[in-house]
Design a protein around this ligand. Structure first.
Ligand code: FES
Ligand SMILES: [Fe+2]
Length: 343
């Protein structure tokens, strides 16, 4: 079961060109392309005649010509030609999905098209702030349910065991977690006071010496992870303390799109409040993030298999509290959603 009345990242916008691109989201096969006027089209990847994937057809003049008998569809899914007969058959229409281009991503609405509300695309503060730097980002598919990735992004503890060469550091293995829940998501957070900076961040800070470090692991519906890492000079950070001019902030944005129950597409980029034009730093951070996410991927594939094939009961730990609250929130929102009511 998925939350349909919301936007998911379907792909990087620069990868959607005037070529037919098949994607699978929530078990639905979709064909995407860009029209000559720049609009992104997304249609069910199936001809209404014999269900040949339209992605096996030809794109010509912004229209898809089916590769079996030539039924031709425009970018909104209307049939505009039926060469084997005189008239266009009634019912020759292909389901369409609304798509918006924002933050370098193509966002797809998986609910009823007339419910698509652009204002529901997540807001990324400072995205256009010229004093902030961004990595190019990356993506990978992971053979696991998308909620295992969400669980992982609501779990600051795992860095102490999974990311030994990057995010782990003093106090990451034993500092207790706090949880805040709101109507759109969950935040799991903790401050670790007066510690050494972990390897990934040590070179990026604009001050020397120990740090007060905050991990702010937030996930918002349907499956977006916002992981903020805050580092202040030791003695200047902590709950309720305002950020000072030396404070370093890195926000890792993570977008999970279910391919089906057993596979996920994972997109990300990092955003920082320093070095806006330093490409070398961006590339180093991007490479470091991918290395860490490959470490996560290896664990999550094995977790998915382990949980699917378990022979003895699994248990929850205190560190799972945030992830369990998120799943509860998601299930409640699915049950209340308009698409669910219409099904
Ligand atoms: S399957 Fe597409 S026209 Fe026949
Ligand atoms: Fe991780």
């Amino acid at each position: 079961m998925y939350l349909r009345d919301c936007w998911y990242v379907a792909g990087w916008t620069h990868e959607i060109t005037q070529q037919l691109k098949p994607v699978r989201i929530m078990g639905e096969d979709i064909v995407m392309y860009r029209t000559s006027s720049g609009e992104i089209a997304a249609l069910e990847d199936a001809c209404p005649h014999r269900k040949l994937p339209l992605s096996k057809g030809t794109l010509k003049d912004d229209r898809i010509i089916c590769g079996y008998h030539g039924l031709t569809f425009d970018h909104r899914g209307a049939c505009v030609a039926a060469p084997t007969q005189g008239r266009i058959p009634t019912g020759a229409v292909v389901k369409r999905y609304p798509v918006k281009d924002r933050y370098g991503f193509a966002w797809i609405w998986m609910g009823a098209p007339d419910q698509a509300d652009e204002s529901l695309i997540i807001d990324i503060p400072d995205y256009d702030n010229p004093t902030w730097g961004r990595t190019k980002g990356g993506d990978m598919t992971i053979a696991c349910n998308y909620l295992y990735i969400v669980d992982n992004l609501l779990d600051p503890s795992h860095v102490a065991w999974v990311h030994l060469t990057s995010f782990a550091g003093a106090k990451t293995d034993d500092t207790p977690l706090s949880i805040d829940v709101n109507e759109n998501g969950v935040v799991v957070w903790r401050w670790m006071m007066d510690t050494e900076a972990p390897p990934y961040y040590a070179k990026l800070l604009k001050f020397a010496g120990n740090v007060d470090r905050k991990q702010h692991y937030e996930c918002v519906l349907p499956s977006i992870g916002i992981n903020k890492s805050i580092f202040a000079p030791a003695g200047t950070g902590g709950p309720g303390k305002p950020l000072n001019e030396k404070t370093y902030v890195n926000i890792s944005y993570n977008f999970m799109t279910p391919i089906d129950e057993n596979n996920s597409h994972y997109f990300w980029f990092q955003h920082r409040n320093t070095d806006p034009n330093d490409e070398a730093i961006s590339e180093k951070m991007n490479a470091g993030a991918r290395t860490a996410f490959i470490e996560d991927r290896d664990v999550l594939i094995a977790v998915h298999e382990g949980m699917a094939n378990k022979k003895t009961p699994s248990l929850d730990l205190a560190l799972d509290a945030g992830a369990l609250r998120f799943r509860k929130l998601l299930n409640a929102r699915i049950a209340a959603s308009a698409s669910e009511q219409a099904a």
